[in-house]
Design a protein around this ligand. Structure first.
Ligand code: GDG
Length: 462
C-alpha cells in the first residue's frame, strides 16, 4: 500500500490530547496514518512574523506530523475570515451570517498556495494525498499547478449547500471548478453529493457520467461516504475507570432524576438556542414531569475570534439564566450549562448516565456526538437519542427519535416520548442504530474513501 499524506487545516498529535481538541476526525485519521506510515501536514496553530515555509517535523508511532506557522494576516483572512466567516455559515445555510469580502478570499487563496508550496516537495512518486475539509478546497488545483500527478482525494466534512445559496458566493464557480483537480471527492451524505452535482451541472455545464462528473475535460469521481466513529474504541472508553467514575458522579448528582445530555462545540449551527427553547417548552407544558429531569449542556467555546461565536455565547448565557431563574427550585435547576471540555473517557461515562441524548443541529455535515452517545449506552438499558433530521447522521440513524430542531413543540414532544419509551423499544432502536455504527465505522469510512481513490478512472491513466 502506498504511503498516505493527509493534509488538513490543523494537525493533532497521533494519540491526541484528552481535551476537546481530539475530535472524531483526529482519531480517524491517526489510525489511517499509523497503518500507512503516513505524513500529516497542516498549520501548527502558531503565528509567525514572517512566513518562511519552515516545516516542523515530529514523529510518533510511525506517523510524521509536519506543521507550518502562518502570519497573523493569514490567520485573520484565511481562517477567521474566509473559512469561518464566509464558508462555514454559507455551507450551513446561514447566508445571513456569511461575510463576502475580497480580502478574505485573497487570504484564503494565498494560504492554500502556501500549503501547496511547502507540502509539494514532501510528496513522493507513489504517495496518495488526501485533503480534508472546507479550509483547503483549492489546494488540489495548487498542487496540480506544481505538476503533482499523484492520486489526490478530497473529503468535505460539512454540508455542500443548495445551488441557490451557493450562487450568492462571488467565488462559487471558481471554488467548485477547483474540485475537478481531484480524482475523488467525498461528501458525508447523498444530499450534499446531490447538491454538488446540481450546482456543477446546472450552473457550470458539467456532465454527469455515473459516479463521475466531467468539466472541461477533467473527470472527478464524487461519492457519498459518511464518516463514522471508532465504535470499538468508544465502547472500551465507556468501560474505562474514568468513565465509570464520571458515570457514578453523574448518577449521584442526579439524585434519581433523568439526565438529558447535549455535547456540542459552541457553534450557531448546533441549534443550541433552539434546543434551550424546546426544553423550556417541555418544562412549561409538563409541570408534573419537569422536576424529574435536568439538561446538562456541555459546550466548549470555539472560534472566539469570530463575532457571531461571541454573540451565540452571550445569547445562551442569557437564555439559560432566564430559564433557570424562571423554573429552578431550592433543590433543582433545569439546565446545567458548562462552557468547558472534558476528556473523552469522562464524556463516555456522562453519555452513558444520560437517559436522553439531545442532538439537534440546525444543519450538520454528520455529527459524531450522536454516534458516540449511542455507542456509550448500556445495551441492557440504553438511553434514547433525539436527533435533528438536518444532521447528516439522521440518514444512518433512522431509529433515533427524529425531530425538526426549529420546532420547540416537536422538541418538547420528543423529550416526553423519550422519557416514556418502554425498555424493549429502547433496546430495539438502540440495536438498529448500533448495528449501523459498528458496520459503518471510521475504518469503513477510510477504507471506502481510499478504495475509491485507488480505483478512480483517471484521464491520464487511460
Ligand atoms: C465536523 C462537522 C462532522 C465535543 N466536546 C468535547 C469533545 N467533543 C468532541 C465530540 C466529537 C467531536 O468533538 C465533535 O464532532 P462533531 O461531528 O459532533 O462536530 P464538529 O466539530 O462540528 O465536526 C461534523 C465532523 O466534522 C467529522 O466529519 O461530523 O458534521 O461539523 O467527537 O466528542 N471531546 C472532548 N471533550 C469535550 O468536551 N474530549
Amino acid at each position: 500500500m502506498s504511503r498516505l499524506i493527509v493534509i488538513s487545516n490543523r494537525v493533532s498529535a497521533p494519540r491526541g490530547s484528552h481535551s476537546g481538541a481530539q475530535g472524531g476526525l483526529a482519531v480517524a485519521l491517526s489510525a489511517a496514518l499509523r497503518e500507512h506510515r503516513g505524513i500529516w501536514f497542516g498549520w501548527s496553530g502558531d503565528i509567525t512574523d514572517q512566513f518562511t515555509g519552515h516545516i516542523n517535523f515530529q514523529r510518533e508511532e510511525d506517523v510524521t506530523t509536519a506543521t507550518i506557522d502562518l502570519e497573523e494576516q493569514d490567520v485573520e483572512e484565511y481562517y477567521n475570515g474566509y473559512a469561518n466567516r464566509t464558508l462555514w455559515p454559507l455551507f450551513h445555510y446561514r447566508i445571513d451570517l456569511a461575510e463576502y469580502e475580497r480580502g478574505f478570499a485573497g487570504g484564503y487563496q494565498r494560504v492554500n498556495e502556501r500549503f501547496a508550496e511547502t507540502v509539494f516537495p514532501l510528496i513522493e512518486a507513489d504517495d496518495v494525498v488526501w485533503i480534508q475539509d472546507y479550509h483547503l478546497l483549492p489546494l488540489g488545483t495548487e498542487l496540480r499547478r506544481r505538476n503533482v500527478t499523484n492520486r489526490i482525494g478530497f473529503f468535505l466534512h460539512i454540508p455542500w449547500p443548495p445551488r441557490r445559496l451557493l450562487s450568492t458566493l462571488p467565488e462559487a464557480d471558481e471554488l467548485a471548478r477547483g474540485l475537478f483537480a481531484y480524482d475523488v471527492i467525498g461528501f458525508q451524505t447523498e444530499e450534499w453529493l446531490e447538491a454538488f452535482r446540481d450546482f456543477v451541472s446546472k450552473e457550470m455545464g458539467a456532465e454527469i457520467d455515473g459516479d463521475d462528473v466531467i468539466l472541461d475535460g477533467r473527470r472527478v469521481t464524487a461519492i457519498a461516504c459518511p464518516i463514522g466513529i471508532d465504535a470499538a474504541e468508544f465502547r472500551a472508553l465507556a468501560g474505562s475507570t474514568r468513565a465509570r467514575l464520571a458515570f457514578r458522579r453523574m448518577r449521584d448528582s442526579a439524585v434519581g432524576r433523568d439526565m438529558i445530555i447535549g455535547v456540542d462545540r459552541l457553534d450557531y449551527s448546533k441549534g443550541l438556542e433552539e434546543r434551550f427553547l424546546g426544553y423550556e417548552r417541555f418544562l412549561r407544558e409538563h409541570p408534573e414531569e419537569c422536576k424529574e429531569v435536568f439538561l446538562l449542556q456541555i459546550a466548549p467555546p470555539s472560534r472566539g475570534d469570530v463575532s457571531s461565536y461571541r454573540k451565540i455565547r452571550t445569547t445562551l448565557e442569557g437564555l439559560s439564566g432566564r430559564i433557570n431563574g424562571a423554573f429552578a427550585d431550592l433543590d433543582w435547576v433545569p439546565i446545567r450549562y458548562v462552557n468547558r471540555g472534558y476528556s473523552r473517557d469522562e464524556l463516555a461515562g456522562v453519555y452513558r448516565a444520560a437517559r436522553i441524548g439531545l442532538v439537534t443541529p440546525l444543519r450538520d455535515g454528520m455529527n459524531l456526538v450522536a454516534k458516540e452517545y449511542v455507542a456509550a449506552q448500556d445495551p441492557e438499558d440504553p438511553g434514547v437519542l433525539i436527533l435533528s433530521r438536518f444532521a447528516g447522521a439522521a440518514q444512518q440513524l433512522s431509529e433515533a427519535v427524529l425531530v425538526n430542531p426549529y420546532s420547540a413543540e416537536e422538541l418538547s414532544d420528543a423529550i416526553m416520548l423519550a422519557l416514556r419509551m418502554p425498555r424493549d423499544e429502547r433496546v430495539r432502536r438502540w440495536r438498529a442504530m448500533m448495528d449501523n455504527i459498528e458496520e459503518q465505522d471510521v475504518l469503513w469510512w477510510r477504507q471506502r474513501f481510499t478504495d475509491s481513490l485507488m480505483s478512480a478512472k483517471r484521464l491520464q491513466d487511460a
